[in-house]
Design a protein around this ligand. Structure first.
Ligand SMILES: [Zn+2]
Length: 315
């Protein structure tokens, strides 16, 4: 797929279609070709199938924006993992694949690996800047935030105008993410998280919509200068949900902290209870920091991410 092959000053509903190990996959693609030349912003959502804020932000923004006012392109995939999306699940029911761990993918691999390859080759390859809209999914709670890799000044500047109440600078980035693939291509990137829990909070939708609009201004694709925003929290540290505190048991979780609470090392975060109320396990903070994820669905299975504690950026 080559956006430059499409006539300027128009909106296009496109699709990336392919077959992976016998499964027919079709990714929805929306292209807004600006009237004038300029940069290309790539926006994706639905990398995890149970995260909806970014999907709606893309559907609404692309319907409202006028290509005649744009200098450059907006290239979007509102749902990157349709099998997971239609299954209301983080991972794909076809191969149990987590699309955020298999980039840059493999065209001959599993359906999830093939999706990653097609997104990397056909969509990310055209980006001057990339943003991947995630959220906490149906079972977890995360702050409404924009994240970037510490040390990338282009991404840090963009995070500063996005307008999320929380900015999270990461010192390490997990392999296989969409943003790892962008990084390998030298493309500056951001990603977002929000409250999730299977709904779309109107405040989160507004942050995502306004944030992408501001990013288009920041990249001079839309006219006007976005305002600098001052976050309520500036976090620093690893953000890999796979490294969250977890358990090998199943049970009922009773948290004793709230999202964004400041905690000290050894402080109790919550307890896992059996169905007579007995304490099966007590979870404590592994470090001084801030609570950045809570498993808000009380039903816990072995391996679920329960809590994530990260640091605060030194000002
Ligand atoms: Zn996600």
């Amino acid at each position: 797929m080559n956006p430059s092959a499409y006539t300027r000053n128009a909106r296009y509903n496109l699709a990336l279609s392919f077959t992976a190990q016998g499964h027919d996959i079709e990714l929805p693609v929306i292209l807004l070709r600006g009237a004038n030349p300029g940069r290309t912003l790539v926006v994706t959502a639905g990398v995890h199938g149970d995260e909806y804020e970014g999907v709606r932000a893309i559907l609404e923004l692309t319907a409202e924006l006028d290509p005649a006012a744009m200098s450059g392109d907006l290239l979007c995939i509102p749902v990157c993992n349709p099998p997971a999306f239609w299954n209301v699940s983080r991972s794909s029911p076809l191969d149990d694949g987590n699309l955020a761990r298999v980039f840059p993918g493999n065209p001959e691999g599993s359906p999830t690996e093939a999706i990653a390859w097609h997104i990397d080759q056909h969509i990310l390859a055209h980006a001057d800047f990339y943003i991947d809209l995630h959220s906490a999914g149906v079972r977890c709670l995360m702050p409404t935030m924009v994240g970037y890799e510490s040390g990338d000044a282009r991404a840090e500047a963009a995070a500063g105008i996005f307008g999320a109440p929380v900015i999270w600078a990461h010192d390490t980035i997990a392999r296989g993410r969409t943003v790892s693939a962008a990084r390998a291509r030298g493309i500056p990137w951001l990603y977002t998280e929000a409250r999730g829990a299977g709904r779309i909070h109107p405040d989160d939708l507004a942050v995502y919509r306004n944030g992408v609009h501001r990013l288009l201004q920041h990249l001079s694709i839309l006219p006007g200068a976005p305002p600098q925003s001052i976050p309520e929290h500036y976090l620093y540290g690893d953000g890999n949900i796979d490294d969250s505190i977890t358990t090998s048991r199943k049970g009922f979780l009773i948290p004793e902290v709230d999202l964004l609470d400041t905690v000290t090392k050894g402080q109790t975060l919550g307890t896992l209870r059996g169905l007579h109320g007995e304490i099966l396990e007590t979870f404590t903070a592994p470090r001084n920091g801030v609570v950045a994820l809570i498993h808000i669905c009380p039903l816990i299975n072995s391996g679920d991410p329960l809590f994530l504690v990260t640091g605060i950026r030194e000002q």
